[in-house]
Design a protein around this ligand. Structure first.
Ligand SMILES: Cc1c[n+]2nc(N)[nH]c2nc1OC(C)C
Length: 319
């Protein structure tokens, strides 16, 4: 039993590292076959020694027992929606209002791709993922922890054992969306209309094994509450911190000075978004300076320090 415990620990560490390298760094170090073989060995050992299973064991990525229903979860920091911009005039107005309210000449912005998926919130305590929830109505969401744990690129344990809540977008890559719809077609089932619906459908499965069959992915983009780490001064530093903790952050983000460079970024991705392996429905523009965000505050339903520039819906899904 002692050597089984030793072996389980070794397998866990190895599988976690392989997950991180393959799904977060997109730089696999072992073949899928080798990964599957090690996972099968871990599952077998955990079956023989069920009391050795821990909530952060990589084996939960293959999905546990189905749930009878989803519990409700209260978001301590509400997950707000974003105001929308549909033109560059809207962006000019957004920038001008912030410069007027802040008295600053030029504003630093972070521009991020707005992934067309499902907004989720994750809570890590002492570095271990303890809960995951849908956005719901922004105040109350559904507890979908078991399903989120099946996302390969989502670490069950952070690289530093801090307590924090992070927000992000779970999504289905275009290629996986097409594979799922081909399978549905063969089974004569109704197809998913788009990757967003397919991701929502997968994450709201009561049986995590079904969620595990679908290669969902996730990009994290914000920190809610946090303990044990000193607060970053900018959003850029927050995103760097998320990456340092082993969380997957979309690499196409930029930090720019002034709204003109924001418009360049919007133009670039309006042209090139079809080249991405996932669907985006716009660009999110956020004030970088967190102290300035505090000064700007919120309207009834959205932050004054961020806006979503929306693109028209993508015609069809190409690879
Ligand atoms: C709703 C939302 C969606 N997104 N998507 C990204 N990339 N960032 C981001 N931020 C959001 O909200 C924060 C500005 C609070």
């Amino acid at each position: 039993r002692a050597e089984a415990e030793q072996r389980i620990q070794t397998l866990r560490t190895e599988l976690e590292e392989y997950n991180y390298r393959y799904h977060v760094l997109d730089d696999p170090t072992v073949s899928d076959a080798e990964y599957d073989r090690l996972m099968a060995e871990l599952l077998r050992l955990e079956e023989v020694y069920p009391d050795l299973v821990t909530p952060d064991s990589p084996s939960v990525k293959v999905g546990g027992e189905p749930l009878p229903y989803f519990e409700k979860v209260e978001h301590r920091i509400p997950m707000l929606s974003l105001g929308n911009a549909f033109s560059f005039d809207d962006l000019q107005d957004f920038d001008e209002r912030i410069r007027r309210l802040s008295g600053r000449e030029s504003i630093d912005y972070v521009c991020e791709l707005k992934i067309d998926g499902l907004a989720v919130s994750l809570r890590y305590e002492d570095g271990v993922m303890v809960r995951g929830a849908t956005r719901g109505d922004g105040r109350t969401g559904e507890n979908i922890t078991q399903n989120l744990k099946t996302i390969r690129s989502l670490p069950l344990r952070l690289r530093e054992l801090v307590t924090l809540e992070v927000r992000g977008e779970a999504f289905l890559p275009k290629k996986e969306f097409e594979r799922i719809n081909r399978v549905k077609e063969e089974r004569g089932e109704a197809l998913f209309a788009n990757p967003r619906n397919a991701a929502a459908g997968s994450l709201r499965q009561l049986d995590p094994k079904l969620a595990a069959e679908r290669t969902l992915d996730i990009f994290l983009y914000g920190i809610g509450e946090m303990e044990g780490v000193q607060n970053p001064l900018t959003h850029t530093a927050s995103l760097d911190l998320l990456q340092k903790l082993g969380l997957k952050v979309n690499p196409e983000r930029v930090t720019v000075k002034g709204i003109d460079d924001v418009m360049d970024f919007v133009n670039h991705w309006r042209e090139h978004r079809m080249e991405l392996g996932y669907e985006i429905d716009g660009i999110v523009i956020k004030v970088d300076d967190l102290a300035l965000r505090e000064q700007l505050g919120f309207t009834a339903k959205s932050p004054r320090w961020a806006i979503a520039y929306k693109f028209p819906a993508e015609e069809g899904v190409t690879v």
